[in-house]
Structures are given as C-alpha cells and as structure tokens.
Design a protein around this ligand. Sequence first.
Ligand SMILES: [Zn+2]
Length: 134
Amino acid sequence: MLFPPQLGPMLMAKKYLKNKLLANDIAKERIAILFKAAKAALAKPDDAGQVFARRYVHVARKLAMKMRTPLDRERTCMVCKRCNAFLVAGTTARTRLQGTGKNAHVVVTCLHCGNVKRYHYHRQPADTGKVIRQ
Ligand SMILES: [Zn+2]
C-alpha cells in the first residue's frame, strides 16, 4: 500500500499513519470475509446457521468499532443492532413499506428479537439531504 503524500508528516508520524491505514485495510478485508461467511451460514437449513451468522456479524461489528471504520450503508441495513442478526428478508427479517411521499419508509423487523428499524427510501445514498421527486 502506498502512503498518501498529501497528508504528510503534519498530521501524524508517517510510520504510525502507514500502520494505521494498513490495519484499516486488513480490518475491511476481514469484515467482508465475515459478512460473506454470515450469508453462507444462513443458507444452511437448520437453526445452527443463524447462530453462526449472528456470531460472524457480532465479530465484524466489534472489529469495525475497534478500528473506527464504519460499516457501509448496505451492511448497516443488513444487521440488527440489538441482537446482531444478519437480516435477510423472508428468512430472518420481515420487510414492509409504509407511508407516502416524504414520509415513505421501509420497516425491517428482526424475527429473532423483534427489533424494528426504519429508513427512508426516497433519499439519495450518502446524504445531501435532498429528496428525490417522482
Ligand atoms: Zn434482532
């Protein structure tokens, strides 16, 4: 991995920054592997798969928190914050659409713990706050 020259020694010592960026890359790679494993575990027919999936997601979230690299939006939407379940519509989650216009949102209910999460679906990703008109 290359050291980004624009940051320079002004912010942090080069060696420290280089190691930190390297560690972040490794963490992201590992998080991706864990999510892949969680998805594969859910494909198994029995309940043991769900236990494994929860464990993988738990480890991935802990790693992201420790390395201070937020999970991307796609992954955040797939995870139950309360019980770490890997949410897949129809298998571990119930997904419904509610509201109209500006109030339109998706309601995802975790079938393991019953936790509910809601998010708008008319907004652009990585928000500028703008609402897309139809
Ligand atoms: Zn849950």
